[in-house]
Design a protein around this ligand. Structure first.
Ligand SMILES: [Zn+2]
Length: 139
């Protein structure tokens, strides 16, 4: 199946079956869309415990309706729960629990040989989010 995700992976010389792990910064649909292609594939999907709980609650109660996709509850996903506030998940890839925008949002620091990258998802979209430590709320 050619999907948006499949096309992107294909351009990089990969296919869906080459993916062995996914890290969910937070599960709002604009950040986690495409997970459906990994149903039943035994791909490790790392997510913070607080995000998983909130996501399931939001889907079940229809609170925060539309921000999370109902199919996330599918038991064929291979969720791996992160409970730590900080954890080096892989060599030089560290996850940080950064609640605010969502209860279980995580940032990710990737340390390369000559530079580091900090992925913040929706933690700091605007300058004030970072400089004044104003959380981006989701509603
Ligand atoms: Zn978001």
């Amino acid at each position: 199946m050619k999907t948006g995700l499949g096309n992107i992976l294909s351009k990089m010389g990969y296919k869906l079956e080459d993916v062995s792990a996914i890290i969910i910064g937070h599960a709002h649909l604009d950040h986690a869309r495409g997970l459906e292609f990994f149903r039943g594939m035994n791909v490790l999907i790392y997510i913070h415990e607080e995000e998983l709980k909130y996501m399931f609650y939001a889907v079940a109660t229809k609170e925060d309706f539309g921000a999370y996709l109902p199919h996330y509850i599918d038991p064929s996903f291979n969720w791996k729960v992160i409970r730590e506030e900080e954890i080096e998940l892989f060599d030089r890839i560290t996850l940080y629990h950064t609640p605010g925008h969502t209860p279980g949002m995580m940032g990710m620091l990737v340390e390369l040989k000559d530079r580091n990258f900090l992925f913040t998802t929706d933690l700091a979209i605007y300058r004030d989010n970072f400089e004044k430590e104003i959380h981006l709320v989701s509603d």
